[in-house]
Design a protein around this ligand. Structure first.
Ligand code: MTE
Ligand code: MO
Length: 401
């Protein structure tokens, strides 16, 4: 099948397959019999065991088979569109540009979708709370690459009217009728060196692997994962935002009143920045904990480079709150607005160690530096595609022996 040459994957990943297709999980995990795009996330507890997510444990979100690029000398990205001097960008051209390293959290817009679908059915792959990961990405800045085709830094429009930068992949997906995955970002963001948009060839200090976009992927920090196109094939400078499926017919946030009968996709903008989010990862709903103090630990992250101002934790369903400690580097308290000591595009871990009542509803909610807060209830943010579930994260645990 077209999925017969998938890379090997770690057996601890949990596969989020559509029920009708799921085969024996262990067999599927070996990559041998997969018959649909590979979508998987680590266990909650694995996710918070390290600030930089190991590649094997980084969630994988695909819309088609993983492409095979074996001739790295011939591999190139064509840069075309509303520019005077189109160019073929080879890997050696990318390697010749200054190398930047950015620690950034990538989060799927569908993270926590399963919990949203409990309110009312939604369309999309189900995810628990681990459809995100934090990696150290290295590569060339897109702003430097665009200079090679004559677009200066901090440009919002080219003389011929280019205002968006479209990324087109090599993979093939059903949603594009067998065409490639694609997305775009505004030219002003692409040419702003401070936005840290990368064409990355390394992940956590190693050559990026096939699952995550070998040999070259886009990383758009602070924005939903869907815009960080893997297996880059071309970059097009275009006048309007990309008209592809994933920009126009997916990854848009609709109000709860919109259903599949009255939806009008053109009324909404493609989702870009991620809203403030957090989740408890040291506990599962089924946990029975020993009497005594327990550790409530998880991640908090916001979009647009907004740091985390605060994380509140409750052990009584939200009646009373404790402020959690926050850190990125172990043992170092995290301060959101101190650029020198914090990774602005990266998640923050939070932790509270406390006694809990016999039947505890543990809740966490984060506040970002723009004072954005998470919504209390998922019902009020329900949307038919099941994206951006950023409601207060709740875990029920019982104290027992
Ligand atoms: N790029 C391509 N070419 N094909 C894809 O299916 N999925 C997108 C994005 N880039 C996708 C893609 C989505 S929805 C997400 S959330 C991230 O990649 C997932 O990146 P990861 O698999 O490296 O975690
Ligand atoms: Mo995604």
């Amino acid at each position: 099948s077209e999925y017969s040459q998938e890379p090997p994957r770690h057996p601890c990943l949990r596969i989020n397959a559509k029920a009708s297709f799921s085969l024996s999980l262990s067999l599927e995990n070996m990559g041998a019999f997969t018959i649909e795009p590979f979508n998987a996330e680590p266990r909650r507890s694995d996710l918070v065991s390290s600030y930089v997510t190991p590649v094997d444990f980084f969630y994988k979100r695909n819309h088609g088979p993983i492409p095979i690029i074996d001739d790295i000398e011939r591999y190139c990205v064509s840069i075309t569109g509303l520019i005077d001097h189109p160019k073929l960008l080879f890997m050696k051209d990318v390697w010749n540009l200054p190398k930047y390293t950015v620690t950034a959290t990538l989060q799927c817009a569908g993270n926590r979708r399963t919990a949203m679908s409990k309110t009312k059915t939604v369309k999309g792959v189900g995810w628990d709370v681990a459809a995100l990961g934090n990696a150290v990405w290295s590569g060339a800045k897109l702003a430097d690459v665009l200079e090679l085709v004559g677009i200066p830094k901090l440009t919002s429009a080219t003389p011929s009217g280019g205002k968006h930068v479209e990324f087109v992949s090599i993979d093939k997906c059903k949603e594009e009728n067998g065409g490639p995955y694609k997305a775009s970002i505004p030219l002003s963001q692409a040419t702003n060196p401070l936005a840290d948009v990368l064409l990355a060839y390394e992940m956590n200090g190693e050559t990026i692997n096939r699952d995550h976009g070998y040999p070259l992927r886009v990383v758009v920090p602070g924005v939903i994962g869907a815009r960080s196109v893997k297996w880059l094939d071309s970059i097009n400078i275009i006048a309007e935002e990309c008209q592809g499926f994933f920009m126009q017919k997916d990854y848009k946030m609709f109000p709860p009143s919109v259903n599949w009968d009255n939806i009008n996709w053109s009324t909404r903008k493609p989702q870009m920045d991620f809203p403030v989010q957090c989740a408890i990862c040291s506990l599962e709903d089924s946990n029975i904990v020993k009497p005594g103090k327990i550790t409530i630990k998880g991640y908090a992250v916001s979009g647009g480079g907004r740091g985390i101002e605060r994380v509140d934790v409750s052990i009584d369903g939200g009646k009373t709150w404790l402020e959690a400690s926050r850190f990125q580097k172990a043992g170092m308290p995290y301060i959101a607005d101190d650029d020198s000591s914090s990774d602005k595009w990266a998640w923050v871990f939070f932790e509270v160690v406390t006694d809990v009542p016999k039947n505890a509803e543990i809740v966490a909610k984060a506040v970002d530096i723009a004072s954005n807060v998470q919504p209390e209830n998922v019902e009020n943010i329900w949307n038919l595609r099941g994206i951006l579930n950023t409601s207060w994260h709740r875990v029920h645990v019982r104290v027992g022996h």
